[in-house]
Design a protein around this ligand. Structure first.
Ligand SMILES: Nc1ncnc2c1ncn2[C@@H]1O[C@H](COP(=O)(O)OP(=O)(O)OP(=O)(O)O)[C@@H](O)[C@H]1O
Length: 239
């Protein structure tokens, strides 16, 4: 179980508090939709969870173990994948190569430079690409893929490199509704079948449709924390 206890985050020279006191727990296999008005701190919270942003207070625990130390933070950076809105793929390399070589933070430098891979790794990557429904695109250059396909290749890359948790900040922004649904269905099935844990910033109506749990932020606090379902008017009014 992942536990966030009293996360605080301030920004700017005057240390304006954005995240004031955020506490929640995540179980393996959950798909959490993070919602809230623009500026409520969703991206900052994702950055803190990914250990990309400095915490100004609070703790992150995994199965009771405090991760707020250099080795804990390294483990999170290695095992938790941060999926950006526009995935950073090498557009001149094939989808398969992008999956195999991974992101700079996950991959040994020699593999980044030489592109060398073992045959087991090759088959593992092909299996994952197939699982995500992109086998016919494996040998296409990443630059030729659609936005949704790029996002699914980024998911495959995270899985191949052993991600246990995926943090996805607006992964379907700018995608057409069909592609957005495909990406979210993919993430959901990975939660159900592979026991991946996902936390994603997405619009309310998509959170209601795809997430097993919805967390809403307002005024630096969690104001909604419910199982995935249509939100009531009262719950929406709190956001
Ligand atoms: N590095 C920074 N320096 C100063 N202020 C910042 C910094 N990063 C974020 N902020 C401020 O913190 C607040 C929360 O930002 P954040 O990007 O987390 O919001 P958000 O909920 O993701 O918004 P949106 O839905 O518009 O993307 C905003 O007011 C933003 O201007």
């Amino acid at each position: 179980m992942i536990k966030v206890e009293r996360l605080k985050k301030t920004v700017g020279p005057d240390r304006t508090p954005v995240l004031k006191d955020i506490s929640f727990q995540m179980e393996t296999g959950e798909m959490i939709g993070l919602i809230g008005a623009s500026g409520s701190g969703k991206s900052l919270m994702m950055g803190c969870l990914a250990m990309k942003e400095r915490w100004d207070g609070g703790k992150l625990l995994i199965d009771g173990e405090d991760m707020m130390n250099p080795s804990g933070k390294r483990t999170i950076k290695r095992e938790w994948a941060y999926l950006e809105q526009n995935p950073t793929l090498n557009v001149n390399r094939t989808a398969l190569k992008n999956v195999l070589i991974g992101q700079a933070s996950q991959t040994p430098w020699w593999r980044m430079v030489t592109g060398m891979v073992r045959s087991d790794d090759y088959m593992g990557a092909m299996d994952t690409i197939e699982h995500l429904g992109l086998l016919d695109k494996a040998h296409r250059k990443a630059g030729e893929l659609s936005g949704g396909e790029k996002q699914r290749i980024a998911i495959a890359r995270a899985l191949v490199h052993g991600a246990k948790v995926i943090l996805a900040d607006e992964p379907v922004m700018g995608l057409d509704p069909g592609s957005a649904e495909h990406v979210l269905k993919t993430l959901k099935s990975l939660c159900e079948e592979e026991r991946l844990t996902v936390i994603t910033v997405i619009p309310i109506e998509l959170a209601e449709k795809f997430c097993t749990r919805i967390i809403g932020l307002a005024d630096g606090q969690i104001v909604v924390d419910v199982t995935g379902r249509r939100l009531t008017h009262g719950e929406k009014a709190r956001l």
